[in-house]
Design a protein around this ligand. Structure first.
Ligand code: SAH
Length: 351
């Protein structure tokens, strides 16, 4: 019986090098393969520059299958949302967000999510399963190939954010591996400070991030510093209170490249009042904190509302008074339900 093949896209460069070495194959093979399949986006599994022995090994060991693009939705602001079908027919979404003719890609880390945040469309699905590293890397590669074919003049993806479906730190091993794969210079080659992992504040994952991860950034979903409100918005706050999460974030040495930032989702008449802004300001004053304000993006069936731009601005002005650097994030892709928190593969066909 021939052993079944494994996905090439799950291997970090180090793992591939170890594999080649233990099979007495030339050391140059893994770099060539990374260059060919990750960087040059080549579809065929073989390679002229590889030694004959390596070619045989590659053919018998790896499969090069990628997740399939099921549907593509393009918004007039150039945002692109991909519905991506995995091997077992479950689906996730990835979104390309344009800026100056380049793109940030928003990746999913799980099918569904276990965090059950009350404002998030994905959470209504529950957690189906974790994504494997090749399924995370695969989202990037299929989106990149789509760009090269459809928008060849502006096909550069410069940033990666793990802000799609799922809690990335709840699927730590796959997310870590995918970051290691993205960083390889001979391959996709994204710098660590261009990668951001967004978390609901899953403290065990943050501890592992500090100890084990390449120096990628973290964004913590804050959304309220008032316990009763944050408990309602992000139920894991009851287990890992935001005070502990922020205290932990404060132990990260301020590096030139590694940042912890905070995202604050503004929901009309719930957490967007002057009282909320002052509570946030008092809580974060003097700390190493940068805040992105995100006006709530509505989705079918939600009870929450989006504040007006004047209300968002008023909130920002109060935070300015506490000298906390604050940015209002402009919403992109909401026309096609591709904005933060609007990703839900279960009812995708109906919206
Ligand atoms: N689980 C991770 C990453 C996924 S969500 C996390 O919680 O951070 C990515 C970002 O989108 C988070 O800041 C999240 O709070 C925000 N978000 C979720 N639902 C949203 C919605 N309906 N409108 C605006 N932002 C939302």
């Amino acid at each position: 019986m021939t052993p079944s093949k494994t996905s090439f896209y799950q291997y970090t460069l180090l793992e591939l090098q170890d594999l080649f070495e233990s099979n007495h194959l030339p050391k140059s093979g893994p770099l060539l393969l990374y260059n060919w399949h990750h960087k040059k986006k080549n579809i065929s599994p073989c390679h002229d520059d590889l030694a004959k022995l390596s070619i045989d090994f590659v053919e018998k060991t790896f499969d090069f299958e990628l997740p399939k693009i099921d549907t593509v939705q393009e918004s007039t602001d150039k945002t692109v949302k991909f519905l991506i079908r995995l091997k077992d027919n479950l689906k996730v979404e990835a979104v390309l967000i344009p800026f100056n003719s380049k793109y940030t890609i928003c990746l999913s880390s799980q099918v569904g999510c276990a965090m059950n945040c009350s404002f998030c469309f994905t959470g209504t699905q529950g957690l189906k399963r974790n994504l494997a590293p090749e399924e995370i890397v695969g989202q990037f590669i299929v989106a990149q190939r789509w760009l090269s074919e459809n928008r060849p003049l502006d096909d550069k993806i410069l940033n990666i954010v793990y802000m799609g479906q799922g809690e990335p730190l709840h699927n730590f091993d796959s997310v870590k591996k995918s970051c290691e794969i993205f960083l390889v210079r001979h391959g996709i080659g994204i710098a660590p400070h261009k990668i951001t992992i967004s978390t609901a504040g899953y403290l065990p994952g943050l501890e592992r991030w500090k100890a084990e991860m390449p120096k990628v950034n973290i964004a913590v979903s804050l959304h309220s510093t008032i316990k009763e409100k944050r408990d309602k918005l992000i139920p894991i706050n009851q287990r890992y209170p935001i005070e502990d999460v922020v205290a932990f974030a404060e132990t990260i040495p301020e590096g030139r490249t590694r940042f912890v930032t905070y995202e604050y989702l503004l929901i009309k008449d719930f957490n967007d009042t002057p009282e909320d802004a002052h509570a946030t300001g008092t809580f974060l004053e003097g700390k190493n904190a940068y805040i992105s304000l995100i006006p709530f993006n509505p989705f079918p069936g939600t009870k929450y509302l989006r504040p007006t731009w004047d209300e968002v601005e008023a909130f920002k002005i109060i935070l300015d008074g506490y000298k906390i650097p604050t940015l209002v994030r402009k919403t992109k892709g909401d026309q096609i339900l591709a904005a933060c928190g609007q990703l839900n593969t279960k009812i995708n066909k109906e919206v």
